[in-house]
Design a protein around this ligand. Structure first.
Ligand code: HGY
Ligand code: MN
Ligand code: MN
Length: 434
C-alpha cells in the first residue's frame, strides 16, 4: 500500500476552486441548490472532468451520476466512492464536494501512474443529499438503496413550487442507468467532519464508525386569519404565537431529556404573511438527531404531545408529520478496520468517531459494506461560507481514500479487513463532542 503514489494536492485544490466558482457567493461560500441551473452546471463540469479522465459516465433515474474507471476484471464488481455536489443555501465549498472531487483525484492519480486495479472504481455524485429544496434529503442515495420510491421522489414539491421529477428532467439528468449494472463490493465516502472534534484532539483523520440517527418533521398549525386591530387578543387563533410557544417548549423539553440531543427549527412559514392580519396558518420544520433510536422514538412522542397541548390552549389545530427517517448507522467493521490500518500505515494521527452529520453513506450501508473517512473542519464550521479545511488535511484524506479504494479493489473476496493498529485504539473514541 505504501508504494502507492500520493495525490496531486495542487490539482485537487484547483478542481475544488473551479467547482466553487459555480454558484459562487460574494461571501466566499457556494450556492448550488439541488436541481437548479447551478446544480446542472456543477454536474456538467463533473461529467466533463470524469470523461477527460477516461471514465464511462452513467446517470440513473434519480439523477445519480456514476463515473466508472474500469478494472482488469471484466465483471460488474466495483468499489464505490463519492458524495454530493449540491449545497446548502449558504453552503461552503467542501461539504460533499470534497468527497466527490477527491474521488476524481484518486482516478487522475491512478491514471498518472498507470495503475490498474482488479475491480473497477466508481465515483458517484448522489442527487439532493442536502434536502434544502426537496425534502427528504439523501434522495438519490435513498433511491439507489431502495429506500425511496422513484414515483414518490418525482412527485416531491419544493417550497418554491417546483416538482422534483420536472426539475430533474429540465436539467437533463433523468437517466436510465440500472443499479443492476453494478455489483458494489464496498462504498467508502470521504467527507469533512463538519464538527470540532478532530481539531480539538489534533487528529488528521477520523475513522468513522457510524452516524447518529436523524429525523425530520413538518409541523402545521391551523388557526384563523383575523384583523390585527379589531380582534381582541383573547379571541385570536394566532398560529404564529402558537408556533413560537411550541418551538421554545420543545427545545426546553428535549434538552431536559438529553443535552446531547440535536434539535433545530430550520424553516418557518407564516401565512398569509401580512403585517396587519393575525396569521391563520403557520408551519415549521424539525431536524432531530441522536445516537439512540429508542430515545428518538421517545422524544418524537413528547414533541407531538407538546404541539397538541399548546395548540389546544391557543385554539390552533396542530399536525406533526415525519418527512425523513435515517436510523443510527454502524459501519462495516472490515471497512472501518481497513481505513484504520491504512491511516496508521501512512502515519496520519487518527481517531475513531461517530458522525454528527448525516451522509449518503447512511443509505449505502444497506447496499454494500460501507465506511467513511473524515478530515478536520476549522472551528467545526459547516453549512456556512467559512467552511474550511487545511490543504495538508485535504491531501491526507485523499491519500487515505486512494489507498483504501485500491486495497478494496484488489482485495480477494475472502480476504476481509485488516487488524486495527494498537495506537489509535488508545485515543478516546469520541462520540460527537460538538
Ligand atoms: O444535514 C446533514 O447532516 C448533512 O450535512 N446534509
Ligand atoms: Mn455532506
Ligand atoms: Mn451538508
Amino acid at each position: 500500500m505504501n508504494s502507492l503514489p500520493k495525490i496531486n494536492l495542487e490539482r485537487l485544490q484547483a478542481t475544488i476552486d473551479t467547482m466553487a466558482g459555480i454558484g459562487a457567493k460574494d461571501n466566499g461560500g457556494c450556492c448550488r441548490i439541488s436541481l437548479t441551473d447551478e446544480d446542472k452546471l456543477g454536474r456538467d463540469q463533473f461529467v466533463t472532468w470524469c470523461r477527460e479522465a477516461g471514465c464511462s459516465v452513467h446517470v440513473d433515474a434519480f439523477g445519480n451520476i456514476f463515473a466508472i474507471r474500469a478494472g482488469s476484471r471484466l465483471d460488474s464488481s466495483v468499489v464505490l466512492t463519492g458524495s454530493h455536489l449540491d449545497t446548502q443555501p449558504n453552503g461552503g465549498r467542501l461539504d460533499g464536494i470534497y468527497g466527490v472531487l477527491a474521488g476524481l483525484e484518486v482516478i487522475r492519480t491512478l491514471n498518472d501512474h498507470n495503475i490498474c486495479t482488479e475491480r473497477a472504481i466508481a465515483v458517484v455524485n448522489w442527487t439532493n443529499e442536502e434536502g434544502a429544496r426537496f425534502s427528504p434529503g439523501l434522495t438519490g442515495s435513498s433511491g439507489y438503496a431502495g429506500d425511496l420510491d422513484l414515483s414518490f421522489a418525482r412527485a416531491i414539491v419544493a417550497p418554491d413550487g417546483a416538482r422534483f421529477g420536472d426539475e430533474l428532467a429540465r436539467i437533463g439528468y433523468a437517466g436510465t442507468f440500472s443499479r443492476r449494472a453494478l455489483d458494489p463490493i464496498a462504498y467508502v465516502e470521504l467527507h469533512i467532519e463538519q464538527g470540532p472534534v478532530l481539531e480539538q484532539y489534533e487528529r488528521t483523520i477520523g475513522v468513522v464508525e457510524g452516524v447518529q440517527g436523524v429525523r425530520w418533521y413538518d409541523v402545521e398549525l391551523q388557526g384563523s386569519d383575523r384583523h390585527a386591530g379589531t380582534t381582541p387578543m383573547a379571541a385570536r387563533q394566532d398560529s404564529f404565537m402558537a408556533l413560537a410557544r411550541i418551538t421554545q417548549s420543545m427545545r426546553q423539553e428535549v434538552l431536559s431529556i438529553d443535552p446531547e440531543i440535536r434539535f433545530t427549527v430550520g424553516r418557518v412559514s407564516v401565512k398569509p404573511g401580512s403585517p396587519n392580519t393575525v396569521p391563520g396558518f403557520s408551519s415549521f420544520s424539525i431536524d432531530l438527531r441522536h445516537q439512540s433510536a429508542g430515545l428518538l422514538d421517545r422524544i418524537e412522542n413528547v414533541l407531538a404531545a407538546k404541539a397538541h397541548v399548546i395548540g389546544v390552549e391557543e385554539g390552533v389545530e396542530t399536525t406533526m408529520r415525519r418527512t425523513m427517517v435515517v436510523p443510527p448507522i454502524e459501519f462495516d467493521t472490515c471497512i472501518v478496520e481497513t481505513v484504520a490500518a491504512i491511516t496508521q500505515s501512512v502515519g496520519y494521527p487518527a481517531m475513531r468517531m461517530t458522525s454528527g452529520a448525516m451522509h449518503d453513506a447512511c443509505r449505502l450501508s444497506k447496499v454494500a459494506p460501507t465506511g467513511m473517512i473524515f478530515v478536520p473542519s476549522r472551528l467545526g464550521i459547516s453549512h456556512h461560507e467559512d467552511e474550511w479545511t487545511a490543504p495538508d488535511d485535504l491531501a491526507a484524506g485523499a491519500n487515505v481514500l486512494l489507498r483504501t479504494l485500491v486495497s478494496l479493489a484488489d482485495q480477494s473476496v475472502n480476504q476481509r479487513g485488516a487488524t486495527a493498529p494498537e495506537d489509535d485504539r488508545n485515543v478516546p473514541s469520541q462520540s460527537l463532542g460538538h
